[in-house]
Design a protein around this ligand. Structure first.
Ligand SMILES: NC(=O)c1ccc[n+]([C@@H]2O[C@H](COP(=O)([O-])OP(=O)(O)OC[C@H]3O[C@@H](n4cnc5c(N)ncnc54)[C@H](O)[C@@H]3O)[C@@H](O)[C@H]2O)c1
Ligand SMILES: O=c1ccn([C@@H]2O[C@H](COP(=O)(O)OP(=O)(O)O[C@H]3O[C@H](CO)[C@H](O)[C@H](O)[C@H]3O)[C@@H](O)[C@H]2O)c(=O)[nH]1
Length: 329
């Protein structure tokens, strides 16, 4: 039995569905703070609880024979973390501590969890490899680094094996259009761009066009959510086969500028998508591109949906079919 924490969220809901499709049994825990009950596959058992509620979480571990945990829960808005850092240490770091306590008591020895490119901060070399220095520039990234360190020491003391997956920019949706990204507070570029053809905003704001890049706008490495979950499935297999604790970058390995994303979205949607030049957003590195060679070599993972058109087409299908997200069907 696999326990998926945060399985009602954007990325977690894709994990729930794809892992059920592998023939696994899945229990989902999510407090629905940013997640949606409707995003959780009906085949999964669902508990609407907070992972920091030790007694409630413990009761789930008592009830099911869990062998691996997939942990997607987090507060994950970079800007909010600058204004309210304690929320991030409370939910992300303290949440991980409660979870580790419960896993230790129940003798559950394997976990795959969501880390982030934000653990690196401003990169010195691109593509970024896992041995690059960790100098997060915001409390969100710091809280994820704290989690990685907690898992490292919990492995040393209790033998809990972990795989930390450092995602770059996750985008796209299940190609069927059944589930997708539906954040009430949306900060990510692709869903915001797609709000223009949906009629929810008149133009996309471009934060900074004076970066030292080919067209002056920031470059990011966009990974399709389906490829990302394939990496989690590979990590599950790796841990079940007795793999050692480790951490891996996950990206597509190619960088696209903000202007390029807007241009591809124009092609995919057939809408002119006007843009506004705005000042830089605080804390944005100019270029973030992952080297995912380690994940390819050690996990045997091969991303297949790396074409940026495919990523934006799949995101667009979801948004077009569900303009109000999960609120109205
Ligand atoms: N989206 C990205 O591009 C990206 C990039 C790097 C890392 N990540 C990480 O991936 C994970 C998933 O991100 P997402 O975009 O799907 O976010 P999301 O907000 O859609 O999903 C997080 C889920 O966790 C739940 N949750 C949060 N705190 C909880 C708690 N204390 N107890 C129970 N449930 C709780 C929320 O209700 C939500 O359903 C996060 O850990 C995030 O930091 C995301
Ligand atoms: O309306 C917008 C929104 C974003 N951007 C730009 O688009 C790029 C991508 O921005 P996102 O907010 O989509 O993504 P980030 O690269 O800021 O954030 C991602 O990488 C971070 C690590 O650096 C965290 O992991 C975070 O969770 C993850 O979404 C940035 O240059 C940003 O300035 C715009 O120009 N206009």
């Amino acid at each position: 039995m696999i326990l998926i924490l945060g399985g009602a969220g954007y990325i977690g809901s894709h994990a729930v569905r794809m892992i059920l499709d592998q023939g696994e049994e899945v229990v989902v825990v999510d407090n629905l703070v940013t997640g949606h009950r409707a995003a959780v596959d009906e085949r999964a058992i669902f508990y609407p609880i907070d992972i920091r509620d030790e007694a409630a979480l413990s009761a789930v571990f008592d009830k099911y024979k869990i062998d691996v945990v997939l942990h997607f829960c987090a507060s994950s808005l970079v800007g909010e973390s600058m204004a309210n850092p304690l929320k991030y240490f409370e939910n992300n770091a303290h949440g991980a501590m409660v979870l580790l306590k419960v896993m230790k008591v129940h003798d559950v020895k394997a976990i795959v969890f969501s880390s982030t490119a934000a653990v690196y901060g401003e990169p010195v070399n691109v593509p970024i490899i896992e041995t690059a220095e960790n100098l997060p520039t915001n409390p969100y990234g710091e809280s994820k680094l704290m989690m990685e360190k907690m898992f490292k020491w919990a492995d040393a003391a209790y033998g809990i094996k972990y795989v930390s997956l450092r995602y770059f920019n996750v985008a796209g949706a299940l190609p069927t259009g059944e589930i997708g990204e539906a954040h009430t507070i949306e900060t990510h570029l692709i869903p915001l761009v797609l709000q223009v053809p949906l009629g929810k905003r008149t133009a996309i704001d471009i934060y900074g066009d004076d970066y030292p890049t080919k067209d002056g706008t920031c470059i990011r490495d966009y990974i399709h959510v389906v490829d990302l979950i394939e990496a989690h499935i590979a990590a599950l297999r790796y841990l079940r086969d007795g793999g050692e604790s480790d951490y891996f970058n996950l990206g597509s390995g190619d960088g696209f500028s903000v202007k390029e994303i807007v241009s591809v979205a124009r092609t995919v949607t057939g809408h002119p998508i006007p843009s506004n030049r705005k000042p830089r957003r605080a804390g944005d590195p100019a270029v973030l591109i992952a080297s995912s060679e380690k994940a390819k070599q050690k996990l045997g993972w091969h991303p297949e949906r790396t074409d940026i058109h495919t990523i934006i087409e799949d995101a667009w299908r979801w948004h077009k079919q569900n303009p109000a997200g999960y609120d109205v069907k």
